[in-house]
Design a protein around this ligand. Structure first.
Ligand SMILES: [Mn+2]
Length: 507
């Protein structure tokens, strides 16, 4: 067994609250080895304002005399490389501007601190799609993927990109460039497939999401939230504020910290798992879309991974932050003890952090790959207690552990597997589709087919033309086109069918 694992689980139970300075190596009377106190900066919606964020962070470093080790940006990154990406951004015409990102993409400026970002509802969706599994969007700025989980100095950080809309939740990833108006929206809608993958994780230290978990406002000062944002009153009263699948993940994964953005307000909540929220006086009705979390408890009981009842209930510190405006409320600094330190840096140089793939997440990505759908129809996803899925996960975990046993954790170093490379040219204005070497590298390294970077612009020849390969992306595209054509022909020929959306998988 890895000797570092027990320290992490102890660490997970004995952490201190945000914004207080920790005492390295000594917590709750337990002496833990190799803990290192990290300072982390979290931001809400970015909207292309990278310069302002790094300026504020560096200013904080000067004022406090403390180095910031990690930056977390919770969406609406607007990572536009050039004007060619503008058609892939869903914002009103008047907000279509490049922002600061092109100079970070070109290398003219470099992010001074490792920065993890997730997707929101205002993104260069074409660029984010290139890096569906995660990757460097610019030097030192890493996109966590549509869903993802990584380790920084051993801290486990999980993330879900996008926002929830019920009508796209059960769909596959069908959108292809050039995006229709409807594709532009559905591109950033959360999918059940990603949530299912995340639900297979054990408790991460930090979870990042763009929209809020449904109902999380009930764990904080609801009255104050309504005072600040009266617009949300109806949604709060009807328990429909936020994302129901994220609510399930919050109660199921019980991360120590959860950071969100999207609603452009700073809001803190202290979630006590296993208890009823205190702010419930305002919410009389339950959300019909909320997912049944009792299933999760049953599952935990059945395979013996339920929490020990003698252990005090876990808590999650939730914090939503605003967007980057002169009014503030968009940045938060906190200290967190991490299980391990990075190698010492040279004098005068900023100390670095270790940045690794989370091994269980790799196993999940591999085991769930057969259920990944690139069509409008999402094939059925097995429930997390499904024996076949569990067996497959165990198999993948074992095989990955064997593969990396000799190389040690160094083999999981993200910087060794993926390195930033520009795909779209600088100062371009013609939209095009790029095969991202980072996605290709990740898929090859993990041993899954690269089904992401397969599309060509309509006038171009598909890259993979192996007609004998049933998994060939071009064949799949051809099948989808043929199916759409057949449906159209049937509609034109046959008598009127009862109106029913056969593409949606019933829950
Ligand atoms: Mn947003």
């Amino acid at each position: 067994m890895d000797p570092e694992d027990p320290s992490r689980s102890l660490c997970a139970q004995a952490q201190i609250a945000a914004s207080s300075v920790s005492q390295p190596n000594k917590m709750h009377g337990l002496r833990l080895h190799t803990l290192v106190t990290m300072k982390i900066a979290v931001e809400g919606c970015l909207h292309g304002e990278l310069d302002a964020i790094y300026r504020d962070i560096l200013e904080n470093e000067r004022e406090t005399g403390e180095q910031v080790d990690l930056v977390l940006l919770c969406g609406d990154i607007q990572a536009l490389r050039s004007e060619a990406d503008l058609p892939s951004l869903a914002v009103p015409e008047k907000y279509k501007r490049l922002g600061d990102f092109p100079s970070y993409y070109s290398g003219e400026k470099t992010a001074p601190i490792l920065t993890l970002v997730i997707g929101g509802n205002h993104e260069a969706s074409n660029y984010m799609w290139e890096l569906y599994y995660g990757g460097w969007i610019a030097p030192n700025i890493y996109y966590m993927g549509s869903s993802g989980c990584v380790e920084v100095n051993g801290l486990v950080i999980a993330a879900a990109s996008g926002i929830y809309k019920s009508h796209d939740y059960m769909r596959g990833r069908f959108e292809r460039q050039p995006y229709s108006m409807s594709d532009l929206r559905s591109m950033y809608h959360t999918r059940a497939f990603d949530i299912a993958k995340l639900s297979l994780l054990s408790s991460p230290d930090i979870f990042m999401s763009h929209d809020w978990p449904n109902g999380v406002e009930q764990w904080g000062d609801v009255q104050e939230l309504i005072r600040k944002k009266p617009f949300f009153r109806e949604e709060i009263l009807s328990s429909s504020l936020g994302s129901p699948p994220l609510q399930t993940l919050l109660y199921e994964l019980q991360p120590r910290y959860w950071f969100s953005a999207h609603l452009h307000v700073r809001f803190a909540a202290h979630v006590m798992h296993g208890h009823a929220p205190s702010g419930t006086s305002l919410a009389g009705t339950s959300n019909p879309e909320a997912l049944d979390i009792n299933d999760v408890d049953d599952e935990n009981d059945s395979d013996g991974i339920a929490e020990d009842t003698d252990v005090p209930s876990r808590t999650t510190e939730f914090l939503a932050l605003s967007k980057c405006t002169p009014r503030g409320d968009y940045l938060h600094f906190f200290h967190l003890d991490a299980p391990e330190a990075a190698p010492p840096s040279k004098i005068g140089e900023r100390s670095q952090v270790t940045f690794r793939f989370h091994e269980p997440w790799l196993a999940i990505t591999k085991a769930m790959d057969p259920y990944f759908s690139l069509q409008r129809y999402q094939q059925p996803i097995p429930p997390i207690q499904d024996k076949g899925l569990r067996d497959s996960l165990t198999r993948e975990e074992k095989s990955l552990a064997t593969r990396w046993a000799s190389a040690g954790k160094h083999a999981l170093d993200i910087r060794q597997v993926q390195s930033f490379s520009r795909t779209a040219p600088l100062n371009d204005s013609t939209p095009a589709i790029y095969r991202n070497p980072q996605t290709a590298a990740f898929c090859e390294w993990l041993g899954i087919p690269n089904r992401i970077n397969i599309q060509s612009m309509p006038e171009m020849t598909p890259m993979n033309t192996d007609l004998n390969d049933p998994c060939s992306p071009s064949n799949e595209v051809a099948r989808i086109r043929q199916a759409a054509f057949d449906r159209k022909r049937k509609r034109a020929q046959g008598p009127a069918q009862p109106a029913r959306n056969t593409e949606r998988v019933s829950k």
